[in-house]
Ligand binder design. Sequence first.
Ligand code: 1GP
Length: 237
Amino acid sequence: TNIYNEIIQSKIESKKLLAILLDPDKIIWDHLELLIKKIKQSPATHIFIGGSQVKTNRIDELISLLKQKVDLPMVLFPGNPSQISNEADAILFLSLISGRNSDYLIEHQIQAAPILKQTQLEVISTGYMLIESGKETAVERVSKTIPLDRYNLDLALATALAGEMLGNKLIYLEAGSGAKQAVPKQMIELVAQNIKIPLIVGGGIVDLHGIKKAYDAGADLVVIGTAFENDHDFFSK
Ligand code: 1GP
């Protein structure tokens, strides 16, 4: 199966997608069985795996254990090239197009490309946009980039359009993990209305209302990390 084609198909059918983001560093290995059970009970359609700076070297192990029990596409969402695992199904090949740090625009991609060439991973080019969200997030600190002004809708749209024109297959509007404020509704709406490629939204979404709000504004796929990490029953509330 081709994960990107499935995302496109869902968009055509107006079927909304939901990813649970797992940070390998925050996995409590003794509780993995419970985590797997809760993922299976959740409405998640995708598992994203990654973090701004993953220190553990157990990504392969985590994904292969998950794959034995969970029948969802496993998509790498890497903070840097060390987070590549051939156990996954696909990788969001991110370029941080809201920022001006060349390491995150092209350098890491150059380091990753020859490694990816040796894997079976489906590579999905993704324009990644960090949106200002009230206080500094890990993505901002680690990437050393300035987030895009949350009120500058023109710049957000121009950036997303540039990503699409450069050939990105997805645009990801990111407030940052644990963000104080999620991506503004107006920004999601404007970007969604003007791009043809699917739109991912994540960061700082803490309740089911927030998920619905992002979908209603035009997000095709919503990412939930912290809220599920803190409360495995999050989706049943
Ligand atoms: C972060 O968009 C994801 O990259 C999810 O953020 O942890 O705030 O849900 P949260």
